[in-house]
Design a protein around this ligand. Sequence first.
Ligand code: SAH
Length: 236
Amino acid sequence: MEIIFPLMTMIDKSYINFLEMEDSYRHKGLRRNLLGQLRLKGIENEMVLDAMEAVPRHFFMSSAFLKFAYEDKAFPIGADQTISQPYTVAFQTSILNVSPGMKILEIGTGSGYQTSVLAKLGAKVFSIERQKSLFLKTDSLLSKMRVKAQRYYGDGYKGKPAFAPYDRVLVTCGAPEVPDALLKQLKIGGLLVIPVGEGSFQEMLRFTKNSETDFSVEKFGKFSFVPMLEDREMRH
Ligand code: SAH
């Protein structure tokens, strides 16, 4: 004990954080394996796959769950929320057609993983989260990781008019309907990717804004997301 005690006091919190943020060869190997699985499932966009290879997914989960960080599954991150399944992140990011420099509004920051993948693609990201505790936790993680993305606590139904119009809008929670504000805040020619529907499954939709009043919509199949909740249900 006499020897261990002084050592323990030297190991301060920042050192422990540093240990948690390690991205070792083992992590990189697990990640490469996951990317192989995503390719087999049909993800072909090399820019998206490269970005996902560069973002250590295990940083966004508790270190106790390392084993699950590189499985192709959604995982609980606290506050009744989940980090999206890697396939879903890869799929949504692929159909979003991102180019560097684009202005992207993301609804549902959650763990910050999708936010980090968009930032890695060179986009200017504005991300909104409605749960205060999650917002604060992710805000500090993304600062620590030096992810360049603007983070806001608020209601995604309203979008973020102050920085509109956006080239792309990405919704990462299941929306009962398409919020008008999000269509309004899109640039002409811009895309909105949004899973729509109540219950366990949503239809992945992509809207293209042809003019202020004309939109076309494409369907991309069923996915499962946590619900997009309204303002009146906002928890602090
Ligand atoms: N992109 C996230 C996915 C998190 S799950 C990731 O990669 O981890 C979806 C998130 O949407 C949850 O954190 C939930 O709190 C948030 N959310 C739900 N309704 C919202 C709303 N109206 N505005 C903003 N965020 C919302």
